[in-house]
Design a binder for this molecule. Structure first.
Ligand code: ADP
Ligand code: MN
Ligand code: MN
Ligand code: MN
Ligand code: MN
Length: 340
């Protein structure tokens, strides 16, 4: 038997953006625990905007488990928040609203800024660095600074060690801005891994006295500094295996009809980012286009070449969006469209 440190992680009740919360409990197991071996746990919901003080207990229900190589016998336990009965999802529990579909695949591209002393890493005090241009996929001290790459590399290793399905990382267009991509098969898998990857990044940055800035336009909407998105690439069994022009056009019509419902969960302050500039479409328009990074949904060349089959990229979700709510909304719209 060994004592394992179980880090239960959940989303609090803050709006419009939930915060990650976590706490540790120690339990003995013969070997690394499986999901089935992890008990429900409780927390004080009155401290997380999830309950009143008089009846403050909320329940943590483990839903995904990952090794944590930064701690001896460390375990990361992603949880859903349940009501005190342990079976009713709490109103803040966006994961519980996702349709179960093992054939739904998502790939999220998370952009973010690293911040120190109130400005992006590499920005001079009280001013701006050289304009955007060399930073995207850049190399060299003047482009990426000193500690950013160390953080990004360490984060990548932590995630890979945890079994998170990273597909890649890159320096982004603004100085101090980075991206990682995660892909997962199953309607909840990618979103679970995204939240744990965010958790690991935020926690890692503590020791560098750096904060992760997930706001979609931290430098304001008027300056020529890119915002941060979280493009959502998605497909279903039907889209990959059958597809077709008629189905595709019906699907895009449903996306157009549900414009407001999608924008509502695609992250706060998105009007600052979805302006029609910087490879975005305006927030109040829905368009799609082949290989078009200025449209709401980009249709990859491969999708058309394969006879309207494959995956699509919704470019509107922003860096602060809740991947659970985003996946939930995309699958709800897909479910509205009859298959011919
Ligand atoms: P971009 O040019 O926008 O950065 P990429 O081609 O690099 O786009 O990334 C597209 C992402 O789409 C991949 O990272 C992957 O996660 C995701 N993806 C690829 N195939 C599928 C699929 N069949 N279903 C859902 N997502 C997919
Ligand atoms: Mn206590
Ligand atoms: Mn990308
Ligand atoms: Mn990007
Ligand atoms: Mn993209």
């Amino acid at each position: 038997m060994a004592k394992y440190k179980l880090e239960y992680i959940w989303l609090d009740g803050y709006t419009p953006v939930p915060n990650l919360r976590s706490k540790t409990q120690i339990k003995e197991y013969e070997s690394f625990p499986t999901l089935e071996q992890l008990p429900n746990w409780g927390f004080d919901g009155s401290s997380t905007q999830q309950a009143e003080g008089r009846s403050s207990d909320c329940v943590l229900k483990p839903v995904a488990v990952f090794p944590d190589t930064t701690r001896k016998n460390g375990v990361l336990v992603m949880c859903e928040v349940m009501m005190p009965d342990g079976v009713t999802p709490h109103p803040s529990n966006s994961r519980a609203t996702i349709l179960d579909d093992p054939g739904a695949w998502f790939g999220f591209e998370q952009e973010y800024f690293l911040y120190q002393d109130g400005r992006p890493l590499g920005f001079p005090e009280g001013g701006y660095p050289a304009p955007q241009g060399p930073y995207y996929t850049g190399v060299g001290y003047k482009n990426v600074g000193d500690i950013a790459r160390q953080i990004v590399e360490e984060h990548l290793d932590l995630c890979l060690d945890a079994g998170i399905n990273h597909e890649g990382i890159n320096a982004e267009v603004a100085k101090g801005q980075w991206e990682f991509q995660i892909f997962g098969k199953g309607s909840k898998k990618c979103a679970d891994q995204m939240w744990v990857a965010r958790y690991l990044l935020i926690r890692l940055c503590e020791k560098y006295c750096v904060d992760v800035e997930f706001h979609c336009k931290p430098l304001g909407k008027d300056l020529d500094w890119n915002g941060s998105g979280m493009h959502a690439n998605f497909s279903t069994d039907y889209l990959r295996e059958t597809g077709g022009k008629e189905y595709f056009e019906a699907l895009m019509a449903a996306f157009a009809k549900n414009l407001n419902e999608h924008i509502a969960v695609y992250g706060p302050d998105n009007h600052m980012r979805l302006t029609g500039l910087h490879e975005t479409q305006s927030i109040d328009k829905f368009t799609y286009g082949i290989a078009d990074r200025g449209s709401s949904v980009r249709v990859p060349h491969s999708f058309i070449n394969n006879g309207y089959k494959g995956y699509l990229e919704d470019r509107r979700p922003n860096s602060q969006g809740d991947p659970y709510a985003i996946a939930s909304r995309i699958l709800a719209t897909i479910a509205e469209v009859p298959k011919p």
